[in-house]
Design a protein around this ligand. Structure first.
Ligand SMILES: Nc1ncnc2c1ncn2[C@@H]1O[C@H](COP(=O)(O)OP(=O)(O)O)[C@@H](O)[C@H]1O
Ligand SMILES: [Mg+2]
Length: 359
């Protein structure tokens, strides 16, 4: 096992910079997830760690070594890709053992390791088949088997579940988490799926346009996002963003449509210095619900109801803005009805509307 150190790494393709000096360190044995929208540089960063892409500036460490100029095979890593890259004419066993064979391992060792990996991944009965005779999920297991038998210091995954349907994706996600619990090998895992990031990671690195936005535990990313970008990226349904102005005495927020929300005591220290300033108010759907007889209920108009079984999501209009709230399944919400709403403003996030940074 080994830690991964990424130190002000820069990447440019020709004159076009795509990674703008990223630093982050993944601890020995940690499961780190790199997440961000398509094109933000996740694969590029991973491929630089793997040695499949040169780096334009900075340094990459794996364990004690600077690996900038080491070829991929000397880096002690194993990578699993989205498209598996299996050899179509080789059997499952040959595919899993191929890397070992290339390194000159003897046939007995290869067979033993292939069998062990296949057993862990529950594909022991498929060892004689060809990749074309497997389902997508089985192929993904073969690709993982090939990585496991190498016993690398670091696993790198690049969107390994993107080609699977939602059900299989959930199943394989759990398998990958179990593998990490079993082997404890350092993992850097790339995905554009925030649910995968939240469920798998010890820590999540959120990338945006070749910059690192935030690197922290899923809990901190969710509860203390540093920007509207991070806040909007994690959580489903997404956080509501509402333009607001802080009242002159700093004790209330004015929303579009003449709605005034009194700021609870707990929120007030965060509003000091912001009097009369425009802000972006961030509210998670779970902090918007039905009022249970509070002193100053807020009237809202229900515009859309989405029953999900365990809970009901509803779009409600406050003043002139529409927000999503999470309600108990038996709330009896009807489109067009007016309801008394409660907003947990003490849980609100306040952002600078220009920079998007948390205030
Ligand atoms: N070989 C390449 N040549 C030029 N530009 C590239 C190359 N590979 C990736 N890029 C560009 O680098 C940026 C990051 O790409 P990538 O790392 O694949 O993003 P992600 O994996 O987050 O979707 C994109 O703008 C992409 O177009
Ligand atoms: Mg990619």
């Amino acid at each position: 096992m080994a830690a991964i150190g990424i130190d002000t790494v820069v990447k440019a393709y020709g004159a076009t910079p795509v990674i703008h000096g990223i630093s982050l360190s993944v601890r020995d044995g940690e499961f780190a997830v790199l997440v961000g929208p398509s094109g933000c540089g996740k694969s590029t960063l991973l491929r630089m760690i793997a040695g499949l892409e040169s780096i334009t500036g900075g340094a990459i460490h794996i364990g004690e070594r600077v690996v900038n100029d080491l070829p991929p095979r000397d880096r002690d890593i194993a990578m699993v890709f989205q498209d598996y890259a299996l050899y179509p004419h080789k059997s499952v066993a040959e595919n899993i053992g191929f890397g070992l064979k290339m390194r000159g391992a003897d046939a007995v060792t290869i067979e033993k390791k292939v069998k062990e990996a296949a057993q862990i991944l529950q594909i022991g009965h498929l060892l004689d088949r060809k990749p074309g005779q497997l389902s997508g999920g089985q192929r993904q297991r073969v690709a993982m088997g090939r990585a496991i038998v190498r016993e690398p210091k670091v696993f790198l995954f690049d969107e390994p579940l993107s080609n699977l349907d939602a059900h299989l994706r959930g199943e394989m996600r759990a398998e990958i988490k179990k593998l990490h619990q079993r082997f404890g090998t350092t993992i850097l895992y790339v995905t554009h799926d925030q649910v995968e990031a939240m469920t798998l990671a010890d820590r999540i690195a959120i990338l945006r346009g070749g910059h690192l936005e935030q690197f922290d535990t899923p809990d901190t990313i969710y509860r203390q996002p540093v920007s509207t970008f991070v806040a909007g990226f994690v959580g489903s349904p997404a956080m509501n963003f509402i333009p607001a102005t802080i009242a002159a005495d700093g004790t209330a927020l004015d929303l579009p449509g003449g709605v005034r929300l009194a700021a609870p005591e707990a929120l007030r220290p965060r509003l000091t210095g912001l009097a009369r300033k425009p802000v972006t108010l961030g509210l998670r759907p779970e902090h918007i619900g039905l009022d249970a007889g509070g002193s100053a209920p807020l009237t809202a108009r229900v515009t859309l109801v989405e029953p999900l079984g365990a809970e009901t999501l509803a779009l409600v209009r406050i003043g002139t803005v529409e927000v999503t709230g999470r309600f108990p399944p038996d709330s009896g919400l009807k489109p067009g009805a007016d309801i008394a709403l409660s907003v947990q403003l003490q849980r609100a996030h306040i952002f600078d509307p220009e920079t998007g940074r948390a205030l």
